[in-house]
Design a protein. Sequence first.
Length: 145
Amino acid sequence: MKIAIGSDHAGYALKGEIVKVIEELGHEVKDVGCDCADSVDYADYGIPAAEMVANGEADRGIVICGTGIGMSISANKVKGIRCALVHDLFTAKATREHNDSNVLAMGERIIGPGIAQEIAKVWLTTEFEGGRHARRIEKISDYEA
Ligand code: RB5
């Protein structure tokens, strides 16, 4: 898969750790920035990463800021995006199985790099279950349209 990834300054260090996981799993990384730990605005990176997923340039996206909240709000403004803010392994799996989330948001100030890497692995390797969950997602898409 092609994975779009974006962070602000507060997620920059964790982004590097997540890039390693994406590459280890054999996926292609499409990094929209930021490129250093200087202060920036999360929407400038969260929206472009989400747009890459929405327009098909990437299959999924991962966005990281201090809390993950600004990034998840930004990504979810892009039509077609279902961004899940995740800080534990249970929801990493559940949001793929039930919500078919196509963008993952995490906060570098909330969890350590080890658990964040495990979350990314689980999220990237778990399939959507479909069935009744597809009907529920369709209701969101219908509203969005
Ligand atoms: C930056 O200080 C911080 O506000 C940002 O990374 C994020 O946590 C916002 O939701």
